[in-house]
Ligand binder design. Structure first.
Ligand code: FAD
Length: 403
């Protein structure tokens, strides 16, 4: 198919990567990225360096502003209100239309609101955009009482950053420890315990309501306890932004359903990044991924598919997170059927491997163990079998095992 134009709805990492990859693969047609937030920027720093003030707005841009003119990629600051793939266009909220021989949906997700009374208060903050981070940053001063609801990846990072900014942080989650599905229960325990050790008040409990009295917030818990806070932030996950796809009649099930080449059921529409969910040829629905590398990989894949190129190969799913000065990484699945092998240093778990019933590594997570995760990824991708005793033994080089 010879394409005249590709319009990308959403300029996050997935949308931007699609544009970049289209150009690097030689596409010469028109490329437009539409996003109300303007030039693409990176989100992971929003809970880390950007929130801490160590990196500014320019430092988190995905590329220099000149790149867009140099590569003839138009960035339109606007919101797409309707997809019209059959007419080859998208319609913006202001009524303008943009030609779109193909459409790539890269709308990401919106922060999930707390489904409790008071959860919709405008002073209950979320962290998804640079504007959200600016708002939170402006409220965090030494001594500010911050209640973070949700101790998963983003909640834990915000709690850690806020502590460094001098805030008095209470971290609330009904699950103890959170994150076990992502890193396994042993590392999840270790990571969660770090919060209290660093000076965060950790509360295991289910929030049931939030009230505000002047500048004061009260988070009520099912136990009857109330947490008072100046600032409340909810970090309880995202909801994929699928409204445009649904209105266009595309199949949606916790994400816009796509095949392994990011194609939706409509031949002119693709979906990438956090908003997309893969349905395998046998109908199996994969869990929707919400990680940085996945956003990039799906953008690359969509660009290849749009141009009729072979599907690029990507390794097992990978993510990272930073908190309290430690670096966490995970690859593959820690919830797959099988057993867990721990590698401990001085009795402290540092790497967890998930082995399937045949003994193959299918998942790995590590605290300050990037090399281990890279080795595990190679074992997963190449189906390299390793002896569990070697995996557990810190004296055995994982790099050697992965060869
Ligand atoms: C605070 C934070 C920290 C994170 N940290 C990590 C981390 O440490 N490690 C990791 O692996 N992942 C991390 N992530 C996740 C990672 O950033 C996301 O997976 C990635 O940003 C997803 O990219 P995306 O392009 O699919 O969506 P997004 O980055 O969400 O971009 C979607 C874009 O679509 C735009 N949009 C929405 N609707 C419309 C519309 N109708 N018209 C036009 N534009 C629209 C939005 O304005 C937005 O810019 C973090 C995310 C956040 C928010």
């Amino acid at each position: 198919m010879s394409l005249s134009s590709v319009t990308i709805v959403g300029g996050g990492l997935a949308g931007f990567t699609t544009a970049k990859e289209l150009r690097s693969r030689g596409f010469t047609g028109a490329i437009t990225i539409v996003d109300p937030e303007g030039l693409p920027y990176d989100r992971p720093p929003l809970s880390k360096g950007y929130l801490l003030g160590a990196r500014g707005a320019e430092a988190i841009q995905l590329t220099k502003a000149e790149w867009f003119a140099e590569n003839r990629v138009d960035v339109v600051s606007g919101t797409v209100a309707e997809l019209r793939p059959d007419q080859g266009e998208v319609v913006l909220e202001d009524g303008c239309t943009i030609a779109a021989a193909a459409i790539v949906l890269a709308t990401g997700g919106a922060a999930r609101r707390l489904p409790i009374p008071g959860g919709d208060l405008d002073s209950v903050l979320e962290l998804r955009s640079r504007e959200d981070a600016d708002r939170l940053r402006a409220l965090l001063r030494p001594g500010t009482r911050l209640a973070v609801i949700g101790a998963g990846l983003i909640g834990a990072e915000v709690a850690s950053s806020a502590l460094r900014l001098g805030a008095e942080v209470t971290l609330i989650d009904p699950v103890d420890p959170p994150l076990a599905p992502a890193v396994g229960p042993e590392l999840a325990r270790r990571l969660h315990d770090m919060h209290a050790a660093e000076g965060i008040r950790v509360v295991t409990g289910l929030p049931t309501g939030i009230t505000r009295d002047g500048g004061e917030h009260y988070v009520r818990l099912a136990s009857g306890e109330t947490v008072a806070a100046d600032v409340v932030l909810a970090g309880i996950g995202i909801v994929p932004r699928t409204a445009l796809a649904e209105a266009a009649g595309l199949a949606v099930d916790d994400g816009v359903l796509v095949d392994e080449s990011q194609r939706t059921a409509h031949p002119r529409v693709y979906a990438v990044g956090d908003v997309a969910r893969t349905r395998l040829p046998d109908g199996t629905l994969m869990p929707r991924a919400e990680h940085w590398e996945h956003a990039m990989n799906t953008g690359t894949t969509a660009a290849a598919a749009l141009l009729g190129h072979d599907r690029p190969e990507h390794g097992a799913a990978w993510f990272w997170s930073d908190r309290h000065g430690v670096h966490v990484e995970g690859v593959g699945s820690m919830t797959a059927e099988g057993t867990t092998v721990l590698r401990e240093v001085d009795g402290v778990p540092t790497v967890a491997f998930r082995l399937d019933p045949d003994g193959y590594v299918v998942g790995c997570a590590a605290v300050d163990g990037g090399t281990a995760v890279r080795a595990a990824r190679r074992m997963i991708d190449r189906r390299i079998k390793a002896d569990p005793a070697d995996l557990a033994n810190p004296a055995v080089s994982l790099r050697t095992l992965a060869r």
